[in-house]
Design a protein around this ligand. Structure first.
Ligand SMILES: [Zn+2]
Ligand SMILES: [Zn+2]
Length: 303
């Protein structure tokens, strides 16, 4: 029987540009109900001795492999790495992405493209030329991440649909990218803004990373699911009404197919959809009027 485990995969500590110690950061996540956490410092492998595992969430080793190609930041998170990864020194963005991803894989980890819209660094053009990354941050809690795009440029969700529609089987994450743990306001990069809920047999590094790689999780900025069934025959989604403060009827559950086209939309707390072959993939994006969102992983109509 799988259980649901909450985690954040992107945080900084005083080992890079965060304003709190690794112990303080891990303590914040523990006391706020998180089951697992990745301390992803820039070009630094932050390891805490977690023998006292009541004090902190399960810690998954990670690093934000951080390079600058000319003026363009190329930030790739590595999860489950066993050694420090050196960032690429290439001035070519695509080359730097490839080298950072390769370094992560060689260190035993899985790679995630961070905040593609931060400084509008990574568009579909670059991301489509690179392979071997498993995840992309569809939401990043840092104020500069531009996760929802602007008038001229697409949201990361839209870029994700384009990647999916062109055959890239990438999965979507929501993360905090927290840097500030002492002063809380919208301009600070505070914890608690974006997380994932992983369906896993148990709370261990291998089990969590395996479920994540299988897409057995959802990403959220404030909405939680109750019952959920996601397969080729049928998709059933139930929003957990006790964990949502907004009026039930104003939540919209969107079923999105190939090319980011809305296949069906239901207003309310539950929805069903029967996928068809021509959908190619279906993913669910839930939008609440208070601005919170939830993204499921895509269900593919073919292996
Ligand atoms: Zn970054
Ligand atoms: Zn970061």
């Amino acid at each position: 029987m799988k259980k649901k485990f909450k985690g954040n995969l992107h945080t900084h500590t005083t080992n890079s540009d965060g304003d709190a110690s690794p112990e303080h950061v891990a303590g914040w996540y523990e006391s706020n109900g998180y089951n697992f956490l990745c301390l992803s410092d820039h070009n630094h492998l932050t390891i805490l001795n977690d023998s006292d595992n009541n004090k902190w969430p399960l810690l998954i080793a990670g690093e934000e492999v951080t390079s600058l190609s000319g003026e363009t930041p190329v930030h790739v998170n590595g999860y489950g790495i066993e050694k420090l990864v050196s960032p690429s020194e290439s001035n070519n963005v695509v080359e730097a992405l490839r080298e950072n991803i390769l370094g992560i894989i060689e260190a035993g980890g899985v790679a995630s493209i961070n905040h593609p819209n931060y400084k509008w660094a990574l568009s579909y053009k670059e991301l489509s030329q690179v392979d071997n990354y498993k995840f992309i941050e569809v939401f990043n809690g840092h104020a500069g991440s531009n996760s929802f795009g602007d008038i001229k440029r697409p949201s990361v969700s839209k870029v994700w649909d384009k990647l999916l529609s062109n055959g890239k089987r990438v999965l979507g994450l929501a993360t905090d990218d927290a840097h500030h743990y002492h002063e809380f306001n919208s301009q600070k990069a505070n914890p608690g803004r974006g997380w994932i809920q992983v369906f896993s047999e148990k709370l261990s590094k291998n089990s969590i990373l395996e479920s994540m790689s299988n897409g057995d999780y959802y990403a959220s900025t404030g909405i939680e699911l109750g019952e959920v069934k996601l397969n080729r025959k049928e998709i059933i989604i139930e929003v957990d009404e006790f964990q949502n403060s907004t009026k039930n009827s104003s939540i919209s559950i969107n079923f999105i197919r190939k090319n980011g086209i809305l296949a069906e939309k239901t207003d309310g707390l539950s929805a069903k959809y029967k996928p068809v072959e021509k959908d190619v993939y279906i993913r669910v994006e839930i939008i609440s009027p208070n601005g919170s969102r939830l993204w499921t992983q895509p269900v593919w109509m073919q292996n």
